[in-house]
Design a binder for this molecule. Structure first.
Ligand code: PLP
Length: 406
């Protein structure tokens, strides 16, 4: 059968994190690997209430096919919600997706022919890389800096591509608490990136799953809001991290011509997003005390982050030559180890000692791989697990280094 697979799919191995997570079925493993929001902050009360109500009051519609672009009530609730973040759009500028990953898939399918080039940070979200790899993408890839994308490097890369006759199709960034690095893009860079997008007529894809989860520092405008809905930016959102990932609902916003095409593609791949799940999101936005909900989530995650940072400081002394990011929000931080430590190797040794992370390699496309970093999720493990897990991680790294010397 394999010989019949398409050439592209023969070599496609999916989102590499999946392979990592497959090792983690052992309940004794303390995992810093998943991208999981904590079950403790899911608003179960409104989810249950909304689901029961929808099934009771409107079963005929809930159990049927529903409109491809999404439920009007949810679209309207999101339009209102986005106003609180200074984004002002019309129904023609939004389509409901079946989660953020679906939003990424639509971007890849709409813009990319095989071997087309896109502009990304290094590292960047592995799920996005997987979605773009499905379309056989190539990259202008520049190391992310402490304050966000290397805009100058990106511009030089874009120039080079244009001179080569292959203008990049879009720029992909996660400006708020980037997955995997936890880095936040400063305002000047948001503006510079937007100018770059306008100067070259290359759309900017702004992926924003974590925006509401800011624990410190000043709230920064989204690039979408800076563009004032002028059509240079496509925004990708999901309810996964602010409500829960299980319901698989998100939305893409952007110019009407792009949204129209998304609807056609969605009709061909997923068709519709379950109405029941959309009704839950509508109730969450319309009826829930979002202020208190986010406050609770922020307090909860911030405590975990602070505790993780303290624990790592205690367990990774300076002579280990290890550095880590100190995110202002989101769910991840990024640990860089000396070059002689290969974290893809280290992963297996760590799993033997019952602790896990995601090897940094997953967040670099083929041809750009680096092996001396790891992504840490601090939001899911308990404080006791963090204390024990960081200790285990420190001793695994020390042992790895000692064995290398011998
Ligand atoms: C940057 C980024 N984009 C998209 C997604 C996908 O979100 P979803 O779980 O809604 O598919 C994630 C999930 O971790 C993410 O971190």
């Amino acid at each position: 059968m394999k010989s019949l697979f398409s050439t592209l799919m023969k070599n496609f191995e999916g989102y590499a994190i999946g392979k990592t997570l497959a090792y983690l079925s052992d309940p004794e493993i303390i995992s810093f690997a998943g991208g999981l929001p904590s079950n403790d902050v899911f608003p179960l009360d409104i989810i249950q209430k909304a689901a029961e109500r929808s099934l009771k009051e409107d079963p005929a519609h809930v159990l049927q096919y529903s409109p491809i672009p999404g439920e009007k009530k949810l679209v309207q609730a999101i339009i209102e919600y986005l106003k609180t973040d200074n984004i002002h759009i019309e129904p023609e500028n939004i389509m409901i997706t079946t989660s953020g990953q679906h939003g990424l898939d639509l971007i890849g399918r709409l813009f990319l022919d095989p071997k087309d080039t896109i502009v990304i940070d290094l590292p960047t979200f592995g799920g996005a890389l997987a979605a773009f790899e499905m379309e056989d993408a190539q990259y202008v890839a520049k190391d992310i800096e402490k304050d966000g994308s290397d805009v100058k490097g990106m511009e030089a890369g874009i120039e080079e591509c244009i001179n080569d006759g292959r203008k990049p199709k879009f720029i992909y960034v996660v400006p708020d608490f980037q997955n995997p690095s936890g880095i936040t893009m400063h305002l000047e860079k948001r503006l510079a990136l937007l100018s770059l997008s306008k100067k070259y007529g290359i759309p900017l894809v702004e992926d924003s799953p974590y925006r509401e989860l800011r624990y410190r520092g000043e709230h920064l405008p989204s690039i979408y809001s800076l563009d004032e809905n002028q059509g240079n930016v496509i925004g990708l959102y999901t309810f996964s991290k602010i409500l829960c990932p299980g319901i698989r609902v998100g939305f893409n916003i952007g110019p009407a011509e792009v949204i129209d095409k998304f609807s056609f593609i969605k009709g061909a791949n997923i068709l519709n997003t379950p109405k029941l799940n959309q009704d839950i999101c509508t109730a969450f936005l319309r009826e829930y005390d979002l202020g208190s909900h986010f406050k609770k989530a922020i307090k909860y995650y911030n405590e975990k982050l602070n505790f993780f940072l303290e624990t790592i400081e205690e367990n990774f002394p300076k002579d280990m030559d290890i550095v880590w990011t100190k995110p202002e929000g989101g769910l991840f931080l990024w640990i860089t180890v000396p070059e002689d430590i290969n974290t893809s190797d280290l992963f297996y040794k760590a799993v033997e000692k019952k602790v896990a992370f995601v090897p940094g390699e997953v967040f670099y496309p083929e041809g750009y791989k680096r092996y001396n970093a790891m992504r840490i999720n601090f939001s899911y493990p308990t404080k006791d697990e963090i204390a024990e897990g960081v200790k285990r991680l420190s001793s695994v790294i020390k042992k790895y280094k000692a064995e290398k010397k011998d």
